[in-house]
Design a protein around this ligand. Sequence first.
Ligand code: PEP
Ligand code: MG
Length: 574
Amino acid sequence: MSMTESFKGVAASAGVAIGIVHIYRTPSHNVTPTIVSDSEREAVRFLKAIEDAVTEIEEIKEKIAADPTIDAEHGKIIEAHRMILKDPAFADSIAEQIRSTSKNAEAVLRDKTDELVAMFETMDDEYMRQRASDIQDISGRVMAKLFGLSYGFNASESTDIILVADDLHPSDTIELDLTRVRGFATDVGGRTSHTAIMARTRGIPAVVGAQALSETAVDGMVAIVDGGSGEVHLNPTSDEISFYEAKARTDADKQRQLHQLLNEPSTTTDGFCVELAANIGVPEDAIAAMENGAEGVGLFRSEFLFMNRHELPSEEEQFEAYRRAVSTMDGRPVIIRTMDIGGDKSLEYLNLPRELNPFLGYRAIRISLDQQSLFQTQVRAILRASHYGKVKIMYPMIATLEEVRQAKAGLEAAQEELQREGIAFDAGLEQGIMIEVPAAAISAEQLAPEVDFFSIGTNDLIQYTMAADRMNEKVSYLYQPYHPAILRLIKMVIDAAHHHGKWAGMCGEMAGDIRIVPILLGLGMDELSMSPSSILEVRELVRNSNQGNLRTLAEELIQQPSSTAVQELLQRYR
Ligand code: PEP
Ligand code: MG
């Protein structure tokens, strides 16, 4: 009998999940070159692996074709892989080499892959250079067949999957068939890493930063993920399973009870109204937003449309995606943030420079203002979608007044162009900025007259104010949402907005944290945008709160000398 092994990580997305471990990793097989006795048999073994890989690819292709929620671009990539696998110049040349050298198939495949990758990587044409990663992907799939292993996630049979990975990149997470994933657990990452955000958006329990978990876990093991406490248990005993099943039932009861608030107003006992909106990454997330009673979308992270592909999305593609989200929200406001690439979200095809400090570098609005044609395409698509519902546009990572003016001028140019072309859009579209750079928070008074609204991005605002990387566990103790410096910045931003007759919201992860929401209500926040799965819980809290009392409390909290003092005082209030 094997023993239960438990891991403690960061509680990233609440809920309990029990399922079968599937390790997600890009296979890096240990290949040892050997000489085989029967080279013909080895060549046949290789060609069989190719055939199996083709079958697998064809199955994936059919699945993609049948699923309208999957971007057509994925279908094109998979088709390209199928063609390369079927190309005699690839398979036959390797088989021929196995026959002539008597080397094992794995070694010949590896050498050929290295050779092709090196060749593609040195090409002048950007598109051709990108083919290197396709070759690696294809070769990885064939290699997995030779080793008798499954490649990637789609090969798994199980329906109740606990996906375990060292790390999941934003691009990996869009590839995944999430309908079978009951829980996530990764070795690295913090609460505001994009895996954590994605898990919360989809309401999937998740633990991140569980250190050596992926080295201990084995495919097929039973595992429990408790996303509320940050615990992961491998090989649980039957008693543990019963305990967590009971916990999952209690959670489900609570959810049912919260669902009664689906269409209730988010108003405190003394009549203070706050809008509770959802953060989304892809248009389909708007469905979860509606199912959880969102009053709008407070942040559509449009950069996800730019990921996992080989070229920029066209105006038409973007327009379709925005319009889909807008029509799902059925007249409720949708704030589309222009793309925030850079930081931890890179785009190979944009050929961005490698940077020493990506979070302080060429990112978000800085790229948009520098690459006007990219920006124009996006704002045209947003404007066109504005004709189909209530759209607002928001610019990320604003640090200066000039950036705001340049972004607005870009939007105006697109409006004039659309007008000339006779294309409909909402001429009254509101423009707002994210306040996530301390300079913007401090100059909120000067920025407010320029915009219709502010939305505070605390995920970045905290990291920049505290000079503590949001992805780095070593300095996570400095990532302090309760720090009086953060609370004071938030207050400055809200007061500046109100002083100029504008509204202020928050779309960082703090906005959905029920321990912090009382402070935000006390500071007079007009809108809170969060993962759809947090909305009803926050609504319940709002409806049980008195804003007058919270205002007094907030005034006292911002006078505290430290994060600890703020938390202690807050606890006494409860
Ligand atoms: C933020 O910084 O708080 C934010 C909402 O933006 P992102 O997490 O996408 O950087
Ligand atoms: Mg941000």
